[in-house]
Structure formats: C-alpha cells, structure tokens
Ligand binder design. Structure first.
Ligand SMILES: CC(C)(COP(=O)(O)OP(=O)(O)OC[C@H]1O[C@@H](n2cnc3c(N)ncnc32)[C@H](O)[C@@H]1OP(=O)(O)O)[C@@H](O)C(=O)NCCC(=O)NCCS
Length: 142
C-alpha cells in the first residue's frame, strides 16, 4: 500500500460518507516511514488528523475538531466513520484513541477502554514509544 492508494481510498470513502461537504483539501502524507500514513480529513466545519500504520496494523494519534458553531450536527461522527472505513480498506484493524480528552464522545462511538497490560504492550512498540496516553480507548474494526 502506497500513498497514492491510500489517497484513493480516502477520496472514495469521503465522497460517500461526507456527501454534501467540501472535502477537497483532505490529504495523505508520509513523515516518519513510507508505510506510516498521516491523514488529514479537512472540511470547512472542522478536521480530523490521524496516523495509519500499516506495519503494526494500528491507527493512532488522532486529533478531531469540529469548530464551535458547527457542533451538535453529527459531523464529528461522520469524520470518525471515514477514518474507520479507510482503516478497514487499508487492512488496519484497530483504532486507538491514545490521548482521549472527551471520553463520553468516544464511548458514544463504541470505543472501549484499554487495559493497563494492553497499554504496556503498546509502549513496547518501536513506533509508539513516544506516544501520549490519556484515558486510552480503542475499537477493533473486524
Ligand atoms: C467531539 C466533537 C468532535 C464532536 O463533534 P460533533 O459534530 O459536535 O458531534 P455531535 O455532538 O454532533 O455528535 C456526537 C454524538 O456524540 C455525543 N457527544 C458529542 N460530544 C459529547 C460530549 N462531550 N459528551 C457527551 N456526548 C457527546 C452527541 O450527543 C452525539 O450523540 P448522538 O450521536 O447519540 O446524538 C466536537 O464536539 C469537538 O470538536 N469537540 C472539541 C474537541 C474534542 O473534544 N475532540 C476529541 C478529543 S479526544
């Protein structure tokens, strides 16, 4: 899987799940490794940035924001659904919300808490060693 393939996957799911919203500015780039993708879903009302790591099959380091006046219309959950669809098609089975400052939101999206032993395993992962953890939750996609 390369950047071009992930970009096509992102466009396909954004067109379906974000219909009626301008998502042309969304993009995919690689920073640390050619198999780790940094994805930015950008709409006029907010954005969602996250990493998709196709080496350890994990997506992490997400930052989601819907701007104040646009909240409460279900746009946040729509961005979350794009991330999930992109991960499934890229073969990445788990999404980790490692820095969780809104636990009730993630609970509403069916993300579940991570045990301390799972956290201990994750911090041993070479790609995740400097990751920030706060109230971590995750979803297994299949
Ligand atoms: C969290 C955020 C992305 C949600 O986006 P949104 O488009 O406003 O989401 P909505 O409120 O329309 O829908 C989210 C659903 O979760 C619920 N929800 C959203 N925020 C919630 C909160 N803080 N507490 C409880 N429930 C919440 C809504 O009731 C709604 O539930 P429903 O689907 O059963 O109706 C947005 O509020 C935001 O940008 N917040 C500030 C940044 C933030 O918290 N980011 C996450 C940090 S890990």
């Amino acid at each position: 899987m390369d950047r071009q393939s992930i970009t096509q996957i992102l466009r396909k799911h954004s067109s379906k799940l974000l219909s009626g919203l301008d998502h042309d500015m969304s993009c995919v780039f690689n920073m640390e490794h050619p198999k780790i993708f940094n994805i930015q879903i950008i709409i006029p009302q907010g954005e969602y940035i996250f990493s998709v790591n196709t080496i350890n099959n994990l997506s992490y380091n997400g930052e989601i924001t819907i701007y104040d006046l646009c909240r409460g219309r279900g746009l946040g959950p729509r961005l979350v659904s794009v991330r999930e669809a992109v991960c499934v098609e890229a073969g990445v089975e788990r999404i980790l919300i490692n820095h969780n400052t809104n636990p009730s939101f993630w609970q509403g999206q069916n993300y579940v808490p991570l045990s301390q032993s799972d956290i201990d395993l994750l911090v041993d992962d070479v790609f995740l060693s400097d990751m920030r953890f706060k109230n971590p939750v995750y979803k297994k996609l299949r």
